[in-house]
Each structure stands twice: as C-alpha cells, then as structure tokens.
Write a protein that binds this ligand. Sequence first.
Ligand SMILES: [Zn+2]
Ligand SMILES: [Zn+2]
Length: 133
Amino acid sequence: MICCDFCGKYRCIYSNTALDEEDSQTVVQYFENISYSCGSPILPDSHPLFNQLHIHQNITCDSPIERNYYSSRLKDVDLCYWCGAEDGIIDPSDELKSEFKTIYPLCASCYANGHEWSTRAPIVFQANKKVRT
Ligand SMILES: [Zn+2]
Ligand SMILES: [Zn+2]
C-alpha cells in the first residue's frame, strides 16, 4: 500500500514475488522519502526492484479505491470506496445487505453527492431451481 500525497487514497502495490525482509525494508525506506501521486510509476527504472513491483498507472486521484485493497486484508479500517475517507462511513440498508455478499464502504458525503454503494457478488436465490427445457 502506498498513500497518495494529493488525494490521500491508498493505492495497491503489486509484487511479482514475495519480498524478502531486506527488500521490503529498502522499499519502505524509499517510499518514506518520496511523495507519491496517483498514476505515477512506483519506482524509477534505475531502482533494483523496478521489475519486481508494479502499480496500476491508469489510476488518477479521481479513481475510487481499488477493490484489491478490500480483499488484501492489509488494512482492516473501512475506507470509503469513492473518496478514501475513514470517517462518516454509513451502513447500507438491510435490503442491500441481503442482495450482495460484498458491499464496499461509502461515506455520508459521497452518498450526499449521489454515489451509491459499490457491490460485488450478488446473492443468487435460484441456485437450487431446476431448469426445464
Ligand atoms: Zn491521488
Ligand atoms: Zn466518500
């Protein structure tokens, strides 16, 4: 995870293979000294781990948080899917909860701006129905 200095949203960093301790320390130290903004390459091509680490560069500060963030379990704080806010997360309706297995967090101000809950994996009720031909 890296935090964008402009919009404050977390962006996922992908690694080809698991980093050993030395490499992770190098990377952590490197990130402490740079300011990152959405859409930039994660490392300069001169960096020894350049081919190892990737980030989605088609993301802008307006992009919602990547869904991988929520499945990564690296953070268990609920951040608004749309703006990355930690505060003001509102609960989806029971109706929505009964329709989808995964509902991404939404904050009150995004809701006021017309955003809806982003969802995944609808719960299907017809699974046991027999199909007649
Ligand atoms: Zn950003
Ligand atoms: Zn929000």
